[in-house]
Ligand binder design. Structure first.
Ligand SMILES: *[C@@H]1O[C@H](CO)[C@@H](O)[C@H](O)[C@H]1NC(C)=O
Ligand SMILES: *[C@@H]1O[C@H](CO)[C@@H](O)[C@H](O)[C@H]1NC(C)=O
Ligand SMILES: *[C@@H]1O[C@H](CO)[C@@H](O)[C@H](O)[C@H]1NC(C)=O
Ligand SMILES: *[C@@H]1O[C@H](CO)[C@@H](O)[C@H](O)[C@H]1NC(C)=O
Ligand SMILES: *[C@@H]1O[C@H](CO)[C@@H](O)[C@H](O)[C@H]1NC(C)=O
Ligand SMILES: *[C@@H]1O[C@H](CO)[C@@H](O)[C@H](O)[C@H]1NC(C)=O
Ligand SMILES: *[C@@H]1O[C@H](CO)[C@@H](O)[C@H](O)[C@H]1NC(C)=O
Ligand SMILES: *[C@@H]1O[C@H](CO)[C@@H](O)[C@H](O)[C@H]1NC(C)=O
Length: 685
């Protein structure tokens, strides 16, 4: 029998000689006396978490009143939020000259004095959110020449002149959400040539005059966020000839009609305009009629969002001023039929999520001639999807119908007929439906098909995807696929990614001949949570291109050494199984680019697994999540990380002594018996 001798980092304790023991005690005692103050100070001062050595530290919520001495001068990223600083002087951060990112959220800062960041020339981001700031010196940011991002949310700012913008010439983003600001007017003689974003969300802005907007309107490609302000009036021409990237007026105009807001935006050009609402502002919203949006005719906008606005259902008119819009977001707008757009619409993307449509079929084919992307997720009614229902969208390439229920008896031949350009189809979280055979005969260009959580009802002869030679990605996770239907994946000759998570194998066995044997280009195969207990040897043999196999969260206890033979550069996830010993042949041929995740397995750390454990030590880099890769047996090592265990296996002296004694006893016994019988034979003679 083999016996183990364990030598761990704390291991190998030899009992020292008595006199040296006394000596050691004395030395320790003296040491404690001498260093007592240092030790007690260190143990009192909470230490910051080191994220990246010498660069990134987290000192969040430690009650600190100053920068701890232990923080190295080279620190670049510092989270110092939720401490107690009260005032920022020049000296507070002067030591940290390499600082680039500083989070001072909720540090009870009241005063920010002269050159508070004067030594931090590389500082680019300062977060001061949630501080009750009473005073900022005009020279507070002098010296912080790289400052680009300033966060001042919830700091009780009332007026922009409170912020020393004159010395912030390089500012790119300015975050002022949740304050008491009533005007977007910037102080005179300010130059902010790099300004890209100003966020005024949730302030007290009620109106915007031409004068107020003078500074911001001249900034090209600006993102201006005004959401959550109760803006009742925008003076016409306030934004005349301004050229923005993004203007967010979500949840503005609680007490006025949207049209009055829009008429103030006359002459504006912006890539995106948001004039939706918030869900909880429901009662306060005026309905949107087609005429309400007529102001859009005097605005140039590419993407428009009306999320959560109540769009009137009675309107029969076409939305005439939407004809220049390329992307329209009508999420949760209480619509029960798809709105009619002007015939000359150039719309490319339409978002209709979370409405109350009963049918998709009565869309005039002239309304959306150019739409390529249609999102209709989580409709609140069961959708009627008759034959050729989506013909109103002849150019569709992307269709997301996830989280919907359909009045359909069989899927999906007639429903998606005519959509010959379709390349991305999402039917995840759909109802249980039998599939046609083939299911998508007219959608030969499909590349991505998501049928996750869509209960597939198939039978043994089903070959639903047989015509989808272009399909690259197929998600069949949690689709109750019957894994014994070996023809299911026939025809998927170019499939590279297959997710089968959460489908159970019959008797927990992945057979040698299985449904994956047909998808020869497969690179990624996800078989986690598949109740797998056994993988027969040739199961993956035909899949020569396989690079990633996820077998986590199964019930595998063992794997044959050559299960993945012939596969190079593979990343293998075996986490959360019941594997205790790993045959060395399974991992031996893996090369540099490989990874193996063995976490949460009951690894055997006794000498019977020594071959693998030694290999593990030599190739630690290959293994992921090592802190959760632990021994389960023998008991003395249970819970220990594999990386800290060193085994020495061999014959123990005790074992040799026992063997020798037994051998001697045997010899003596033999001699004795021989003697005894000899005597009896002689006696008999
Ligand atoms: C405008 O700004 C956005 C984001 O701020 C950026 O993605 C875009 O490239 C910019 N466009 C131009 C023309 O500079
Ligand atoms: C709006 O801007 C344009 C172009 O700068 C200018 O011609 C026009 O007069 C402005 N309109 C008003 C009412 O200021
Ligand atoms: C567009 O602006 C002009 C004045 O500049 C105004 O007469 C017209 O009514 C506006 N159109 C809409 C639809 O608001
Ligand atoms: C459609 O848009 C064009 C150009 O924007 C406009 O001239 C026409 O009146 C609109 N038609 C309808 C029915 O609103
Ligand atoms: C399909 O929709 C689901 C739910 O809306 C989403 O989680 C998933 O990422 C989508 N799939 C693809 C391939 O985009
Ligand atoms: C899977 O298919 C086989 C063969 O058609 C059938 O015998 C078995 O009952 C099916 N399993 C389930 C769970 O439907
Ligand atoms: C299905 O898999 C695709 C590809 O990885 C992924 O983008 C998508 O989010 C997955 N669907 C769901 C519902 O998780
Ligand atoms: C390894 O697998 C575990 C369990 O599934 C997972 O939590 C962890 O994120 C994985 N680690 C890596 C690095 O992939």
């Amino acid at each position: 029998m083999l016996q183990q001798l364990i030598v761990t980092s704390q291991g190998e304790v030899r009992l020292p000689h008595f006199s040296s023991l006394t000596m050691a005690f004395a030395v320790c005692f003296v040491f404690l006396l001498v260093y007592h103050p240092v030790l007690s100070k260190e143990s009192q001062e909470p230490t910051c978490l080191e994220i990246i050595v010498n660069k990134t530290y987290n000192c969040e919520g430690l009650g600190l009143q100053e920068v701890p001495d232990l923080l190295p001068n080279s620190t670049e990223t510092l989270d110092f939020s939720f401490n107690s600083l009260y005032a920022l002087y020049n000296s507070v951060f002067s030591r940290l000259e390499n600082l680039e990112y500083l989070d001072l959220s909720r540090c009870s800062i009241n005063w920010i004095y002269n050159e508070a960041f004067g030594s931090n020339a590389r500082l680019s981001t300062v977060i001061l959110a949630g501080n009750p700031i009473l005073y900022i010196a005009d020279t507070a940011f002098l010296g912080a020449t790289s400052l680009q991002h300033l966060f001042l949310q919830e700091t009780s700012v009332q007026d922009l002149s409170f912020i020393p913008l004159k010395s912030l010439k390089g500012l790119v983003t300015l975050h002022l959400g949740n304050n008491f600001i009533s005007s977007i007017k910037f102080p005179p003689n300010i130059t902010l040539d790099n300004l890209k974003l100003v966020n005024f969300a949730l302030n007290r802005i009620n109106s915007i005059s031409v004068e107020d907007a003078r500074f911001l309107k001249q900034i090209k490609n600006l993102t201006l966020i005004l959401k959550g302000n109760n803006i009742e009036y925008i003076e016409p021409n306030a934004f005349n000839s301004s050229d923005f990237h993004h203007l967010d007026l979500t949840g503005c105009a609680w007490n006025t009609d949207l049209s009055s807001l829009l008429s103030g935006l006359i002459g504006l050009t912006t890539d995106t305009l948001r004039i939706g609402s918030f869900l909880d502002l429901d009662g306060n919203n005026f309905d949107v009629f087609p005429k309400t949006l007529n102001g859009l005719c005097n605005i140039t906008v590419k993407e428009l969002s009306l999320q959560y606005r109540k769009v009137s259902t009675e309107a029969k008119e076409a939305y005439s001023c939407l004809s220049k819009i390329e992307k329209l977001d009508l999420t949760w707008t209480y619509l029960d039929s798809i709105p009619r757009l002007n015939q000359s619409s150039i719309l490319k993307e339409l978002i209709l999520n979370e409405n109350k449509f009963s049918s998709l079929c009565n869309v005039s084919s002239e309304s959306y001639p150019l739409v390529t992307h249609l999102h209709l997720v989580g409709n609140k009614e069961i959708l009627d999807m008759g034959a050729k229902c989506l013909e109103g969208f002849p150019k569709l390439t992307y269709l997301d119908l996830s989280h919907n229920d359909f009045h359909v008896v069989k899927c999906c031949r007639v429903q998606f007929s005519g959509l010959s350009s379709l390349s991305h189809l999402n039917l995840s979280y759909g109802p249980p439906l039998p599939l046609d055979n083939p299911a998508f005969p007219e959608n030969k260009k499909l590349q991505i098909l998501d049928l996750s959580h869509f209960h597939l009802l198939t039978d043994e002869s089903s070959r639903p995807f047989s015509n989808l030679a272009d399909l690259k990605t197929l998600n069949l996770s949690h689709s109750l696929v019957n894994m014994s239907h070996t023809q299911l994946l026939d025809g998927l000759t170019n499939l590279a990614f297959l997710n089968m998570k959460g489908n159970s194998f019959y008797y927990g066995t992945l057979k040698g001949e299985n449904l994956f044997s047909k998808v020869l280009q497969l690179e990624t195969l996800i078989l986690s949570n598949c109740n797998l207990q056994v993988i027969e040897k040739p199961a993956f043999q035909k899949l020569k291109k396989l690079k990633t196999i996820d077998l986590s969260h199964n019930k595998l206890t063992a794997l044959a050494p050559d299960t993945f033979s012939g596969l190079h550069e593979i990343s293998l996830n075996l986490a959360s199984n019941m594997i205790s010993t790993i045959p060395i042949g399974l991992v031996q041929n893996t090369s540099g680019g490989n990874t193996i995740n063995l976490s949460y397995n009951p690894i055997d750390c006794s000498c019977s697994n020594i071959e693998f454990l030694t290999w593990f030590k030599q190739h630690e880099k290959i293994f992921l999540d090592k802190s959760n890769t632990r021994c389960a047996s023998p008991r003395s090592l249970a819970g220990r990380e594999l990386t800290e265990v060193t085994l020495t296996c061999g014959f123990s002296p005790m074992y040799i002594i026992v063997i020798v004694i037994i051998a001697i006893v045997c010899i003596i016994l033999t001699i004795f018996i021989v003697q005894y019988f000899r005597r009896r034979i002689y006696a008999a003679i």
